[in-house]
Design a protein around this ligand. Sequence first.
Ligand SMILES: C[S@@+](CC[C@H](N)C(=O)[O-])C[C@H]1O[C@@H](n2cnc3c(N)ncnc32)[C@H](O)[C@@H]1O
Length: 376
Amino acid sequence: MNALPIADTFASREPAELPSLHEASQPTLTNDRLALLLMGHAAFQYLHVSCELGLFELLVRRPALDRAEIKRELGLADRAMDILLLGTTSLGLLTKRDERYTVTPLITEIVENGQWKHFTDVVAFEHEIVSEGQRDLLGSLRSNTNEGIRRIPGEGNSLYRRLAENPRLQEVFYRYMRSWSELAHEHLAKINLGGARTLLDCGGGDAVNALALAAMHPELQVTILEIPEAAPYAAAAVAESPHSDRVSVHECDMFTADWPTGADCVLFAHQLVIWTLEENVTLLSKAYDALADGGQLVILNSMSHDEGDGPLFAALDSAYFASMPAEGGMIYSWAQHEQCLRAAGFTEMRRVSGDGWTPHGVIVATKRQRQAGPRP
Ligand SMILES: C[S@@+](CC[C@H](N)C(=O)[O-])C[C@H]1O[C@@H](n2cnc3c(N)ncnc32)[C@H](O)[C@@H]1O
């Protein structure tokens, strides 16, 4: 691997060349926020059980029910009902007015936008996989590696390899991954692929993005690179889709395999949050070499602010990436991705930010043939 000028802290990072998309604001620690810090696991459990019990769907369908009506619908005992309503109103999930309960507008919007299944798939993933592994955050930070992986039985140092030995968790994971990706498809739809005819989808999961792109671009041929442990998920989804003639799965380890060359586009979706910055440069360099001149590289994942102060979603998600999926990784800032792109030889890049409840963002970089000589 090249010796690379990748700064690994916010303090020592080079200033971003592109303007930050965020206005700095840091929260004040109130008594309620302190309670959330001390018992955030309980806050998550209130969210989790409310989803499992169908509380939000009930109250979006039939707003302003009173306690007795909710109790009858959910079939809970009096004390259980008191606990659930105390928790969900105090957390701002429900509003109580004149003894009647309504779902808070943001959750109502998620349900009404057709994103409820997506949301509950994320909740299930947090419950079944993330919360376990994060118990090892302390050790993971001290040793700078993913100690939480020990919570998933099996061999291999990445979550993705171990999931294959835990079929129930693998189902939970890929259901979540599909939903999380679908939530980001509005971003994929905004990208002008400039008439690209061939696209490599690196670590393409269950083909959710490859198939969406094939549907959006009728001329596009997509090749998914996936490890043998997960490739069957992609192959099964492709086989069932109407685009199976234009999407294929190449079973390989993308770090060690030779990639097909001459691609018009390379996609890293929810991929460059898993690895160290140095590993990202390795992948981006391989992508640079695989791209045709003028080809585009697309990074789609959660982004953190260049200032290293949020958003909160990215910060909390980083605890998972520190503890579980692989030895290095976090929700990097836009500027850190751009630094990696420059180290891999890209010179032209632009940011496309989102404004939904997920912290998704996109960076599109274009390959311009570099002059002969070493990488910058
Ligand atoms: C976080 S998931 C993202 C899946 C998909 N891109 C999406 O956005 O839904 C990461 C994927 O990368 C795959 N992966 C991990 N290591 C890999 C490797 N060395 N080579 C190829 N794929 C890999 C995993 O199996 C997993 O499906």
